[in-house]
Design a protein around this ligand. Structure first.
Ligand code: BTN
Length: 288
């Protein structure tokens, strides 16, 4: 599970850092009172395959309410595009939130951008400065990946939509994790919240506040679409002005990242023209 245990001759074994395990009560206590009534369920699993897979398999929460599931450890944590998500026990925050929308809101594809803005702002309020966003849904700090967002949507195009948002955040570093992730081709190195904050962070408090921020932000998005959130996203745009390669289903295009459109799509400057990218994976390009 990635827990680092040291041994000292003649003395025994010790954890390298205190382990603060999450509880539903602890998380709930940190959630704004107005939001508590919106949670149909808030649970913590000690070990689970994937919080997102589990919520996808469960029936949707009744309209207007949310299900939240945190995990201390995931045996099959899922990342975007079939990648895995690795987080040692007690050193990160891994959770998923699910809900139903009676119909697809305007700018549905921008939901992961809205989630990113909400998470970055909550982190900043909790003493984590300098969180940027990499389109479409990575959290970046100190040039590394602080976390990622995974969005699953299920439903009929014209009917109710069930949405599951999964969030994985690296909180406390471990050389084991950095070494394990260093092997992932093309991936950014991991970065850790506590390195940015310069102090230990309380996981339960952060988890509860993240939930509260997300539910409020998602209400706003359902009512008004992405536009009111767009400038807040732009202020954290990590790719802006960088040379990138965008790959998606069967396509690959190079260009300079030029911000986002009002609906949250990526703008790419190619040969002096701006093209719009609705979905894809972006990597930085080495320019000779
Ligand atoms: C990515 O950057 O590729 C997205 C990572 C998302 C990871 C989170 S951890 C909680 C939730 N459960 C999962 O299996 N994945 C998401």
């Amino acid at each position: 599970m990635g827990v680092v245990i040291g041994s000292r001759r003649g003395q025994g074994y010790a954890l390298d850092a205190p382990l603060e395990l999450l509880t539903a009560d602890g998380l709930l206590a940190a959630t704004p009172p107005g939001v508590r009534g919106r949670l149909e369920e808030l649970a913590v699993a000690f070990s689970i395959d994937s919080t997102s897979a589990r919520l996808l398999a469960e029936p949707a929460a009744p309209g207007g309410t949310f299900r939240a599931l945190f995990a201390e450890y995931q045996t099959g944590g899922r990342g975007r595009r079939g990648r895995r998500w690795v987080s040692p026990l007690g050193r990160g925050l891994c959770f998923s939130l699910s809900w139903t929308w009676p119909a697809a809101p305007r700018d549905l594809a921008a939901v992961s951008l809205v989630v990113g803005v909400s998470v970055a702002e909550t982190l900043e309020r909790n003493g984590v400065p300098g969180v940027s966003l990499k389109w479409p849904n990575d959290l970046i700090g100190q040039g590394g990946k602080l976390g990622g967002i995974l969005v699953d949507v299920a439903g009929e195009p014209a009917g109710a939509l069930k949405v599951v948002v999964g969030i994985g955040i690296n909180l406390r570093g471990s050389s084991e994790l950095s070494a394990e992730l260093a092997g992932e081709a093309g991936a950014l190195p991991p970065a850790f919240l506590e390195d940015l904050a310069g102090r230990p962070l309380a996981r339960a408090r952060l988890g509860g506040e993240l939930l509260g921020g997300l539910i409020a932000e998602l209400d706003g998005f359902a009512a008004a679409g992405f536009l009111p959130c767009a400038d807040r996203w732009r202020r954290r745009d990590w790719l802006y002005g960088r040379e990138v390669t965008v790959s998606g289903t069967g396509m690959r295009q190079a260009g300079r990242a030029a911000g986002i459109a009002p609906d949250g799509s990526l703008l790419l400057e190619r040969d002096g023209r701006i093209v719009t990218v609705l979905a894809g994976d972006v990597s930085l390009r080495e320019v000779p």
